[in-house]
Design a protein around this ligand. Structure first.
Ligand code: XMP
Length: 317
């Protein structure tokens, strides 16, 4: 029978055999899949795994520093690369969601490729592909293919000609978490909600500026922090905030304000393909809404998204 322990043992043995003394480069995203895949490869080849974690300027508040620390704590040979300005420059003036995705994807590949070239004689590209990714990329046609093309970090530029190593290719998400637990990875990585590759870039509707990112990071922080504080974080599949390109009138003291609206979204789901809006307690929503409006300058209204998928998607772009 299949157990996580035997999977780990077999996989690490196979990776050792397959990789020998070769070097592997791998992009980490902070997500469960790439993190667990990296740990398995690390167990097999240690420092010959070169991990790259890119700050695209579209991550959650404090995420880059915290995740980088966790990775180092796990013993991974990881380099953090601050490329915020490159991403903001590439996104400058773009408003179309697919154009933004493409710009983010292309910039990631450029940054990753630059870094990968600094490693001598690298032969392999590590990837956190899981079974649903494999299925989806062969069976799903139409717009999803474009989405899929940026789903996972580290799309392979043709000219890199690296062989690909994907130790989680046959697992579902739950299996990945079990494997992570079997090798004692911390909960702050394993229980993390899914987060899209383009990050806050597709949660800021319309064009992206550093200031909008700052506002959304604050809003998101109050929401996520609140979910954790109220013991709700593990009960939802995914949660986040959207910064809408809409201003509304409010009142503060004797003054009328005219500021941004943010939408909070939290969903329950099994695989992200269908989802229901999470029925969060009103008391919680009220508290978070107050916190956001009282503390985040530039926001004077909070709404909660009660759409299910389908027909609404989880993200707004
Ligand atoms: P939707 O919005 O299509 O999202 O219901 C389903 C899941 O996919 C994530 N998502 C993305 N992930 N790149 C990613 O890596 C993307 O461009 C992208 N778009 C959506 C979304 O966060 C949810 O988990």
């Amino acid at each position: 029978t299949w157990t996580s322990d035997s999977f780990v043992e077999m996989t690490v043995a196979e990776l050792k055999e397959q990789l020998g003394d070769d070097k592997v480069v791998m992009g980490l995203s902070g997500g469960v899949d790439s993190s667990v895949a990296a740990m398995l490869i690390h167990k097999a080849i240690g420092k010959n795994l070169y991990c790259i974690f890119v700050d695209n300027g579209l991550l959650r508040k404090h995420e880059f520093e915290e995740v980088l620390e966790s990775y180092k704590g796990l013993g991974l040979n990881v380099k953090g690369v601050n490329a915020k300005d490159k991403f903001y420059a590439a996104l400058n003036g773009l408003t179309d969601p697919e154009a933004k995705r493409k710009a983010i994807g292309k910039t990631f590949i450029d940054v990753f490729d630059d870094e990968a070239h600094k490693i001598q004689d690298v032969k392999w590209l590590g990837q956190g592909t899981i079974y649903p990714d494999v299925i989806e990329s062969v069976s799903v046609k139409g717009p999803s293919v474009t989405i899929k093309s940026h789903h996972n970090v580290g799309g392979l530029p043709d000219y890199m000609k690296l062989k690909v190593v994907e130790p989680l290719k046959l697992l579902f998400k739950d299996g990945v978490r079990d494997v992570g637990r079997a090798i004692h990875m911390p909960d702050n990585i394993l229980q993390r909600h899914p987060f899209p590759g383009p990050g806050l870039g597709i949660r800021i509707l319309g064009d992206i500026t550093a200031e909008k990112v700052r506002i959304l990071q604050e809003v998101d922080y109050y929401f996520i922090h609140g979910l954790k504080e109220y013991g709700l974080y593990d009960q939802v599949w995914q949660a986040g905030a959207m910064l809408l390109p809409v201003q509304s009138v409010g009142v503060m003291g004797d003054e009328r304000t005219y500021e941004s609206v943010v939408a909070l979204r939290a969903v329950t789901s099994v695989d992200g393909m269908t989802a229901d809006w999470a029925h969060l307690p009103y008391e919680f929503l009220g508290k978070v809404s107050n916190q956001i409006i009282n503390n985040v300058k530039g926001v004077n209204r909070v709404v909660y998204d009660i759409s299910s998928k389908p027909p609404a998607t989880i993200e707004w772009e």
